[in-house]
Every structure is written in C-alpha cells, then in structure tokens.
Design a protein. Structure first.
Length: 266
C-alpha cells in the first residue's frame, strides 16, 4: 500500500508494538505475496516486505514447516494451500463481474481507489481493485489479507458474521496496532462492529495506514450471509465534510446494484 507521502509498503508490515506482532505482520505479508500464485525468490520476497534475507528466510522456513509454502526445483517459493475455499472461485468471478461496472463508475466519479473484498474460510481478502489516477493516493492490491477490525472492508464483512466466525477471523489475523489509532481492545472492537451493523457501512480513519481513510459497505444478496464488501479509500488530507457524506451514500447504492446483479444471476 502506498501512503499519502508516497512510501511503499504493506499495511500488514507496518510497525507493531511488540516483536511478536511485527513477525506476524511480516509473515502475513509474505502469504499475501505468495497467494498471487507466482514463484518468488528469497531476495524478491525480502525486498517486498522490507526485511533482511536472513529474517525473511526464517519466516519462509516456518511457512514451509507448517505447510503454507513450498520451494520448487529452482529454489523459489510458492503457496501450498488452497486460498479461496468457502467463497468459491465461481462465486468470486460472479462477484467481480457484478461489481465491475460499479467499481469503474465510482473510480471515475471520485478519482479515488475502489476495492472489492470477499470472505474466505478464515480471513477476508481483496479480490479486485481499481487504483486512483492521482499521484498521491491510497493503494490496494489483489490478495491482500485484511484486518477484520481495522480496515473498512474488513469491518463491513466481519460485522455481519456470527460470534463464532468473528472469533475465528480475529484469532487467525491476530489483533495488533499498525498505527496509533488502531483499535485493539476486544470490547471496543465489538462496539465498533455493532455501530457498523446499525448504520450499514464502515469507516476507517488512519487505523490501518497513517494518513489514509476508507469507507466500506457490505454487499447483501437475498437469503445469503454477508461475504463481500466494496470500498473507497483516499488520503485523509482530501476528505471533506461533503465527501464524508457522499461516499458512503454512493457505496450503499452501488452495493445494492451489485447485489441485484448477483441475485439475478442466481
């Protein structure tokens, strides 16, 4: 993700308050990269997560030992587990097709980054994104694993899960601060998700990336549990009171049209 100052780096790999949390963040960042499906060399992975090769190698060996990654004959690393389970590939394809016109329209109207996320077995992941055309922007990328308590897309999906599923999402991702504004108290997280349920949309102000903000709305299909959401993200320096009102309204309308297309497609 690129922050408003132009620095590149994953929100998952941002500074955390404890060594354990930082190691988890770097490990998740590796999984995000490997999930794209392309073999990656150690040096490329180390550069991508901004970590030295010895430390990156230790993380990769842990992923190998736990069955999440393997090395091919050339010594490059690959993901070793199916990455999209309950939200089937067919459903994700239909979701992306239904959302494409709305994402294009929002991206053109607002000139900000628009993203689509889906619930997997035990995590929430970005499945599509359209970047802002502006030089200073909030970037996103496919296969990024989202914090269910700190990102608007994560909140928009997590808020509508059963208590058991929510606990799984929080346990698998872990709860740690990536900025000074990240909510990490379990009670406060649940209160925030209750607010999301009540108003029907989620917001995030510098909770996952310093200098950024995001608004997310769940996509609710008839008779189906919430397993997808759409968002708009932008530098907080560009957020005006008018946009703070306009963006959630636009997303709610877009999510309704996406759901209608999904319902019509069965």
């Amino acid at each position: 993700m690129k922050n408003p100052e132009g620095n590149t780096g994953s929100a998952l790999a941002a500074r955390a308050p404890r060594v354990e949390s930082r190691a988890l963040a770097k490990g998740l960042a590796l999984l995000e990269i490997l999930a794209a499906g392309e073999p990656r060399a150690l040096r490329h992975l180390a550069a991508a997560i901004k970590l030295g090769k010895p430390s990156t190698l230790r993380l990769l060996r842990t992923l190998e030992a736990t069955g999440f990654a393997v090395r091919n004959a050339e010594g490059n690393y690959l993901i070793n587990r199916p990455w999209a389970q309950p939200a089937s590939k067919d459903r994700i394809r239909r979701l992306m097709a239904a959302a494409a016109p709305e994402m294009t329209s929002l991206n053109a109207d607002l000139a900000e980054t628009v993203s689509l996320a889906a619930l997997m077995d035990d995590h929430i992941r970005v499945v599509d994104t359209l970047e802002s055309p502006k030089q200073i922007r909030m970037s996103n990328y496919r296969n990024r694993i989202l914090p269910p308590y700190a990102s608007s897309l994560g909140k928009a999906i997590a808020a509508f899960q059963s208590p058991e599923q929510l606990q799984v999402l929080l346990h698998v991702y872990g709860i740690y601060a990536t900025t000074e504004k990240t909510i990490t108290d379990p009670v406060a997280i649940r209160e925030e998700l209750e607010r999301v349920r009540q108003r029907g949309w989620a917001s995030e102000y510098e909770e996952s990336v310093q200098g950024g903000c995001c608004f997310g709305v769940p996509i609710r299909c008839d008779g189906e549990p919430v397993d997808a959401a759409i968002s708009v993200s932008l530098p907080i320096s560009r957020l005006t009171p008018a946009l703070e009102q306009r963006i959630p309204a636009m997303l709610l309308e877009a999510a309704c049209r996406i759901a209608s297309r999904m319902n019509a497609a069965g």
